[in-house]
Ligand binder design. Sequence first.
Ligand SMILES: [Zn+2]
Length: 489
Amino acid sequence: MRNRRLARSFLGGLILVGASAAAFGVQLLSRSGRAELSQPIPDTQSSEALDLGGSELGSSTATPEQPPPLVPSEPLPLRDPDHTPSSEPAPAADDILQATPLPFSAQRRSTTFGKASSFKDALEKSAGLSKEEATELIDALAGTLDFRRSQPTDAITVERDLEGKLTRFEYRAGLLQRYEAVRSPSGKLVSKQVDVPIRTVRVERGGIVAGSLGDALEGLSLGRTLAGVFSEVFEGKVNFSSDTRSGDTFRIIVDEEYVEGTFLRYGNVQALEYRGSKTGVHQAFWHDPSDGDGDFYDASGRALHGGWLRTPLRYDHVSSGYGMRFHPVLKRKKLHNGIDYAAGTGTPVRAAATGTITFAGAKGANGNLLVISHVSGYESFYAHLSRFAPGIKKGTKVTQRQLIAYVGSTGRSTGPHLHFSLKRHGRFIDPSKQLNGPGLPMAQSELPEYRRKARQLAAALSRIQAEQPKPVATQDDAPVPLDSGEEEL
Ligand SMILES: [Zn+2]
């Protein structure tokens, strides 16, 4: 278990006793390699008086006999269920919240929004505020906090002085959204959104594959979602469903982002390597050009992805390819007219190529469907989406790799995945034969800087010792296809 960094107070000098609870999981990797916050947790309450006997940090009234049980009352850190970093990064000064200096607080009460029917209800019933206090607080928070977005797991903390007067209010919705209202010397409650510093830690790890790459990543306490980065980056070069062998090794250099010692998400993946008996050696390095979007390149500076059509997402594995298949549910042979990419709900889906959206909406077995028309009579189809990206509708022009939607399981689907199809002049064709043609070399002007950086990253990769992952419970391959194969596109 990781050190929860309990010994630190983030409240600018005031150490508080008590533990509230609210914790936050993390899941989804987006195209940029970032994972997005998703879901929070259980709901507990605590209400404790502070130790007044000199518990103020640096206070001259503190005595040596003072017991040291000082635990900041902050949400219990949870993390990506996938992710258990093996080493706790050292605390950094910039990771301490820039909280407003506080008036003296004598009591603190922590709770969650819970099942309250309204924000006012939560303040009065869960947090124990009087009607007048609730009204005053709601006025103070107007324009700072949008109550309509409150979730049952949001954490509420109320602090009062010795006379019981409300001195500070804090509201946390996830690791990054924090708001507070503090009683100013003039007696007025002043609210603001609290800036939450994110600390980035670069991690260099390598492992030996025994089962799947996902199992090996998990066995090293790395997020399983990183397997999606490998499969997307080496698409067309390494088939991670069929070409991996026991004894293969992988190496990765990736940034992890933390808030107060709690893992928030993965930042950019800087470098990847896969070495396999069947696959050979593949390396990829991230490069942000001085203009345009960053991408992965090989050591010579050629883009790993190219062609006019690109894989539209980071997926865990291909659960079903294009072609005839015997459908175990329908008990007959059917043409599967596309590729099924298994990926978590909410995984970003990108336009495979530049074009114009001709359909974006619900359509029978497809669930939420998006269709893009491209040059030369091509059309690409994206089915079972959970939702569309903002601004995406019929008539919208999109460029290759633009965020268009999110993976889901809508329509006739047994699990979250993207069904991706391609038509030319109105007939289905096998997308895998069109995807990810040879990549273009990067601009000459970028090359000197890229080569320098890639050399450093390659040297760093070569220093990474491949570890033996701990065994993990292997996930059985689902025998049932993720979709019915009857999408009528
Ligand atoms: Zn399908």
